[in-house]
Design a protein around this ligand. Structure first.
Ligand code: ATP
Length: 331
């Protein structure tokens, strides 16, 4: 039986519900009810069990509970994230979303996990994904545009995450081109977009988002440039609400994006969030790194950089390179 159903019953009752009543209502055994209760406790719900009276939902520490029903109850979108798959643990939400797409799932499906065992970043790098603290989610879309337009979706998602995080932590949150979200010059989010397409047709695109929410310690290799919302805000953040806010902003931005299938109408918003705007950057071009001044993005999402050595305007394409601040990670 689904523990979501028991939760709904306990919520609606607002008082004790006997085990017997739950068994009869759902036509299941006492053991099934007990297992469902244990699952809810694992999800972070606090349930009081009383010998004669049954079970009562006492309280839900809303920063602890991260589950399908919690996320769904916060969601206010029309179609983005309305099909939601929640995994307590998975390899990678990008792989899960690809699987959904291959099985024919509709555009807008969202996979959210509490933990990833093989979280991935760009160019084969890893994404640290411990349990019970952060957000790992992947949105699957079937945009009706040419494949070369799809990489801009990473930037559309970047705007949405920045908007949602700014709202939640009430402090400046910026984008390091193309898709890292930073607070105080440190990274709180990475975004990885992957696509399955033919030369002139997209089958699907998956955009994965990892947000450091309630994590307080990072591995030695990343701790110098990683931070989390709890570290920046000083208090725990509700992950279910944050997932829903990201989807809220994404749906709005995507609607604008699909009018022209480029960033012409989102460019201004993106550039206002861009930490590198007007700043000196180091472009880690695999052929030859160079320094220059970043002048924001164009409608394709390329970073416009005025090269320091000869004043030439360079268009930096996200696929190949990383950009760093000249003094630190972002600026
Ligand atoms: P950059 O351009 O800064 O090199 P990227 O966009 O190429 O970053 P991503 O794909 O966003 O990289 O993320 C992968 C990198 O992020 C890893 O190489 C690792 O250094 C770092 N990293 C891994 N896990 C986390 C985490 N939880 N928080 C912050 N940074 C992380």
């Amino acid at each position: 039986m689904k523990h979501e159903e028991i939760l709904k019953k306990l919520r609606d009752a607002g008082d004790y519900v006997s085990g017997q009543e739950l068994c009869e209502y759902y036509g299941v055994s006492r053991t099934s009810v007990w297992k469902a209760i244990k699952q809810l406790e694992k999800d972070g719900y606090v349930i009081e069990a009383h010998n004669n009276r049954g079970y009562k939902l006492v309280e839900a520490d809303d920063t602890e509970v991260f589950s399908k029903i919690e996320i769904e109850s916060c969601m206010d979108t029309k179609w983005i994230g309305r099909k939601l798959v929640f995994r307590k643990e998975t390899g990678s939400t990008n792989l899960d979303a690809k699987e959904l797409a291959e099985k024919g799932e509709k555009s807008g499906a969202l996979v959210v996990a509490d933990m990833q065992t093989a979280g991935r970043g760009r160019r084969g790098r890893g994404w640290e994904s411990p349990a019970g603290k952060d957000i790992y989610m992947t949105l699957m879309l079937r945009p009706e545009c040419r494949p070369e337009k799809a990489s801009a979706l990473t930037l559309v998602m970047g705007i949405a995450v920045a908007e949602a995080v700014c709202e939640v932590v009430s402090q400046p949150c910026k984008i390091k081109w193309p898709n890292d979200i930073v607070i105080n010059n440190k990274k709180i989010c990475g975004i990885l977009t992957e696509m399955s397409a033919e030369p002139d047709m997209i089958h699907y695109v998956v955009t994965g988002v990892g947000i450091n929410v309630n994590q307080t310690e990072f591995a030695p290799g990343i701790k110098d440039h990683a931070t989390s919302l709890i570290l920046e805000k000083g208090e725990k953040v509700n992950r279910s609400k944050l997932v829903a806010r990201v989807m809220h902003y994404f749906e709005k931005n995507y609607q604008v994006f699909e009018e022209s299938w480029d960033l012409r109408k989102l460019k201004e918003k993106y550039n206002a969030l861009l930490i590198n705007y007007g700043q000196e950057v180091r472009v880690l071009d695999p052929k030859e790194p160079y320094d220059g001044i970043a002048h924001g993005i164009n409608e394709k999402g390329e970073l416009i950089v005025e090269r320091k050595s000869d004043g030439q305007t360079m268009l930096v394409y996200a696929g190949e390179v990383s950009v760093r601040g000249v003094y630190g990670y972002a600026v």
